[in-house]
Design a protein around this ligand. Structure first.
Ligand code: HAS
Ligand code: CU
Length: 545
């Protein structure tokens, strides 16, 4: 209907998707090399990388900072236009978001590839990167802010044309995701702009690692929901359509996202449970709120699975679990998302273990944590994004998906691989195996880590094969697929539409933001104020690689 008007924006959406996928392509290869290191096979050396840690930096930054941010910017721009039935408010902003993203990737990528910025994705000081590495990351964040502005302007323009009407669900959810992310990103933005860039340029000699970590994790926890929520948009509003079912409730879905808006930020200290600079009381408060942010995911668990169950039973599925077999497992987009959900259940459970203040003392800085996040971001999010790509790339290019069966296989390989991989990392972590460590060079490897390391290598290899199957399907679609198709965004019908329940609270975004600001002031304010009476600008930059 509006295809003509969307086209100029869609071009940038597609290019930004290509950036995202190119980033994760290299990122996944680095992951494969890391996995093989566990069996003393050193492909980093073969391919001329300086060290395991250079590969690990590329792996983390490309996968969870670049791929995610670029993919989300493309996907939610696309979703907003379809949901509102109008092009983005500003063509220039759509172009700018792409240009900033590209600049950011080029700068950060260059400085990682020349081994001047081997600081891992958390870039904790006193590790000091090249200034252009930080500038590259600033561009990536700026690109996401431009997306936010464009989505907000587009929703506002729609509201002006539809006074008194409820904003369509998918556009509303996209806006909430970016609102949350914008507020969350202020932490890392101030860390990089105020602390790290002047310090890496030599304008100030020393910086404060504790303050930098605190600002980093202000953003760093919420960022995981910035990655997750676009997958949830797909699970709630698209997947039910893809399996032949309906979304249970529009107001409930809005409420879930508003809960994430509230609780994503004020929990950052659960990444700093062992940091000596943070008093126990603040850690405890953040631990309690971490359990609060568990709830919207539990609601998601029950309502998305209910939608799936209705589809399975409508197709004749019987018994407690028989309906699962009746789901359309031959559809690569559906399979990817179902397997993403299965992996994510275990990711969620391991998150609960991390969140417990006392259990965290056992698992912190061990390989348990990578075990956790390869099930969450590495499966729940990654496989969902692949599932989305399986319809989005045909929708944007008009080319029929090439070899969909291989697409189905790709997700299974990933899920089987990550199950072995994460089981290995989790088991090793419980035996004290450290994370972020070049095992082949360590002199203190315990016998108990031998099998976990093997599982990491075998699982990682299967994951690599799964990802490469995905890229084969993708490249086949772009270069070999001859058939032309018209694919549209799946949009599920809704059983309980917005009018049927009181949507008042869901309309007051300003009010929710005000509550969030108060919550942030309570959970971070007093600590920050007392910290600033005695900051510790003690650390010169180190280059240990
Ligand atoms: Fe986490 C560390 C706690 C969720 C990512 N987390 C990390 C790190 C990353 C990460 C990257 O409290 C490492 C950072 C670093 O480098 O140091 N995490 C949690 C908790 C949750 C959680 C309580 N994490 C995530 C998500 C992530 C992510 C989501 C990425 C996307 N995490 C922690 C803590 C640490 C941590 C501590 C610090 C550890 C340390 O010591 O350093 C919860 O939000 C999880 C809730 C999830 C659920 C699961 C619901 C299940 C659903 C699936 C439905 C199934 C379907 C399919 C639809 C309650 C919704 C059905 C299919 C069929 C066929 C039937
Ligand atoms: Cu967290």
């Amino acid at each position: 209907m509006h295809a003509q008007q969307f086209r100029p924006h869609d071009r940038f959406v597609l290019w930004q998707l290509y950036i995202a996928l190119a980033a994760v392509f290299l990122g996944v290869i680095m992951g494969f090399f890391q996995a093989l290191e566990r069996m003393n096979i050193d492909l980093f050396k073969v391919f001329g990388f300086a060290s395991y840690y250079q590969g690990l930096t590329l792996h983390g930054v490309l996968n969870v900072l670049v791929f995610t941010t670029a993919f989300i910017g493309a996907f939610l721009t696309y979703v907003t236009m379809r949901s509102l039935g109008r092009p983005m408010a500003s063509y220039r902003l759509t172009a700018l978001q792409f240009v900033l993203m590209m600049l950011g990737v080029v700068l950060a990528g260059w400085k990682m590839l020349d081994n001047s910025s081997t600081v891992l994705f958390t870039f904790y000081p006193p590790l000091q990167a090249h200034p252009l590495f930080y500038v590259g990351l600033v561009f990536v964040v700026l690109s996401s802010w431009v997306t936010f502005l464009n989505i907000a302007l587009t929703v506002r323009a729609w509201q002006r044309d539809h006074p008194g009407e409820t904003v369509p669900l998918q556009a509303f959810l996209s806006l909430v995701v970016y609102l949350m992310w914008f507020i969350a990103s202020l932490g890392v933005a101030s860390e990089v702009l105020v602390l790290l860039i002047p310090w890496s340029l030599g304008w100030v000699e020393r910086t404060d690692p504790q303050l930098a970590r605190t600002l980093f994790w202000f953003t760093g926890h919420a960022i995981v929901y910035f990655w997750l929520l676009p997958a949830y948009i797909s699970w709630y509003t698209m997947l039910p359509k893809q399996v032949g079912s309906k979304l249970l409730s529009d107001p409930l879905t809005r409420l879930v996202f508003l809960m994430f808006l509230l609780f994503s930020v004020p929990v950052g200290f659960h990444h700093q449970f062992v940091d000596p600079g943070v008093p126990v009381m603040w850690k405890t408060i953040h631990a309690a709120l971490t359990y609060a942010v568990f709830f919207p995911s539990m609601i998601t668990f029950f309502s998305v699975i209910a939608s799936l169950e209705m589809a399975g039973r409508a197709r004749g599925g019987q018994g407690l679990f028989g309906w699962i077999l009746k789901l359309p497992w031959n559809d690569p987009s559906v399979t990817a998302q179902l397997l993403a959900g299965i992996g994510f259940m275990f990711g969620g459970i391991s998150g609960l273990i991390n969140a417990s203040y006392n259990l965290n003392q056992v698992v912190h800085n061990t390989s348990f944590v990578p075990g956790h996040f390869h099930l969450t971001v590495g499966t729940g999010v990654f496989l969902s994004y692949l599932g989305i790509s399986y319809w989005l790339i045909p929708a944007l290019t008009g080319r029929k998906l090439w070899q969909p069966r291989l697409g189905v296989v790709s997700s299974w390989l990933w899920l089987i691989g990550v199950s072995i991989f994460s089981r290995g990392q989790i088991a090793g972590g419980l035996e004290g195996m450290p994370r972020r460590t070049w095992m082949a060079a360590a002199t203190y490897v315990l016998d108990a880590w031998r099998i976990p390391n093997m599982m990491t290598a075998v699982g990682g290899t299967l994951m690599f094969l799964g990802a490469m199957s995905f890229f084969t399907v993708l490249l086949g679609t772009l270069f070999l697929s001859r058939e032309r198709v018209t694919v549209t965004m799946p949009v599920a019908d809704i059983i309980t539409p917005p009018e049927a329940a009181s949507p008042i609270f869901t309309r007051q975004l300003g009010l929710w933001v005000a509550v969030l600001v108060v919550l942030i002031m309570i959970t971070y304010g007093p600590y920050m104020i007392s910290y600033f009476s005695n900051p510790a600008f003690v650390a010169r930059g180190l280059r240990v690689w």
